[in-house]
Structure formats: structure tokens, C-alpha cells
Design a protein around this ligand. Sequence first.
Ligand code: DGY
Length: 324
Amino acid sequence: MSKPSVFVTRIIPDRGLAMLRERCDVRVWEDELPTPADVLRREVAGVDGLVCLLSDRIDAALIEAAPNLKVISQYAVGFDNIDVKAATARRIPVGNTPGVLTETTADLAFALLMAAARRLPEGERYVHAGKWKTWGPMLLMGQDIHGATLGILGLGRIGQAMARRARGFNMRVIYAHSRDVPEAASLGAERVSLDELLARSDFISLHTPLTPATHHLIDAAAFGKMKPTAILINTARGGVVDPDALYQALAGGRIAGAALDVTEPEPLPADHPLLTLDNCLVVPHVGSSSTATRGQMAVMTAENLLAGLRGERLPHCVNPEVYA
Ligand code: DGY
């Protein structure tokens, strides 16, 4: 019997790829850059399964171009790059990788918070540039983390993991969320309105998915409500922050700093104005990038895909209504 055919839009860790290769005819786009849209469209034409990344645009037209497609498996927890409605209309289940990357992403969010607070990238640049001549009584003074207020926008899995880290550093934790989060009590986190969060926080960490409602939620008006000493951390999605407003806020001293794992656009071009600022730390969307976590994400991606090909319910499905 012939094996189902699967296209994988980029090389993912071998733990997952090996599972796929054992049971399917697998074609992998082996370039370092994403599969070009026209190639992707060609490749999906005959496939039964698709493994994709957050950098691939899986829209209605692409899904339309894949008449045999039985399952889409995303190697990420976020899936704002996929037209889930279009997939659901075709009764194609879409899988993702929740849970496994929670702690790893929170580790990075907290690392960004600490690095921005204590101006680590500036310090490193200073030393590398040969400027370190003596101990400086006022050199690179940053902000205390202990005792500061952390505002968490979106107290889901990763937001809660961030709150746990903050408690260990003796921070006060407040959060804004569309509803009361039951876990908040044990985290000592107080629910406040978005405006109150913006006004009270020394550090604001974004942990909300990108949806039409959260697109550019952090705009000029939001920056206007923050403390001038505030530091913004974004490990969620770049589109939650208006990049022009962020640039103005940082360049004009409206807020003290930002530390970004995600940007709009992504990747950020090397000549982007944000990269000219000393108080803006940017890393290349590596929140979940530990060897163990990315390996486990690959396994979950393969498990979702294989379940979909067998016609079974995906272990992690973002559109369970396809099973109704
Ligand atoms: C995700 O999974 O959505 C992250 O942004 C990348 O791991």
C-alpha cells in the first residue's frame, strides 16, 4: 500500500522528522529560508498532510490548492498564520504544540526582562568596544527587578509561568485578562484593567495571542499611559505592538526600554529604526528554542500529523469543531 504523502515546509528536529519518514512519503524544503509561496502552492497540490511553521502563510487559497489535504500540523503553539476557518470549512483538523514550550518561553521572557532592566546588551557592547577603562560610579545604571511591579497582559499558560518566575524575584504581579483566571490567586496576581496595568507596571510582559482584537493593542495611546521608566517585553507576537509607536516611545523617552523576541515585521530588517536604539533589545523569535523543547515540539507535530492521516482525533487540535 502506498504511503501518505507529506510536505514539510522546513527542516525540523530529527525526532519528529524520523517519525514522519517511517510512515509517510516525506518531502522537506531544506533551505534556511521559508518555502516560497509559489513552491508551497505547487507542493501541496497532491499531499495528504502538511507540516508548517509560523513563517508560512496558510491561507484559504493555499488550502483550496490542496484537494487531498487531510491534516495541517503546525510546529508552534501560535497559529495566526493559518486561516483556520478555511481549514474548518474543509473539515481539515489543524494541530499545534501547546504546553511543551510554556516554561522555555517564560524563561526567555524573564531573561529579556532582566537583560533590559540591567542593560546587559549595552554593557556587552561597551566592553567589546574597548570602552571599559575603570569602575564607573554611575556606569550603566539600570532598574531593580526585586520589588518592582510586573504587569502581565494575558495570564494564560506562558503568562502564569512568567508570574511564577516574578514571584521568585519578589516582584508584585498584576494582570489584565478578559476574565478572572482561577490560578491567579495561588500566583498572588491581582487582576486589573488594561489601563491600570499600563499605569502601574514597571515591566509589562505581553502573553496574548495575535487576533484582530489584539492587533496593535499596544499603540501610541497605550505608551502614553505607561510610566516613563517602564520596560516592555514582548514574547507573544510582533503584531500586538504598533512598531512606529514603539519607536517614538523609545526614541522620545516616553518609556525606558523594550525587549522583543517578536516583531512586526518579522524578521526586522537590519536597517529598521528600532535597531538604531540602545534601549531596544531584539532577539530573533527564539522563545521556545531550547534543544529539548524544539525536539519535543517536533514529536508533537509528528503525532498530530500522523493522527490526522489515520483519521483519528489530533492530540492537540485548534479547531475541534471539525469532529462535531
Ligand atoms: C510559538 O510556538 O507560537 C512560538 O512563537 C514559537 O515557538
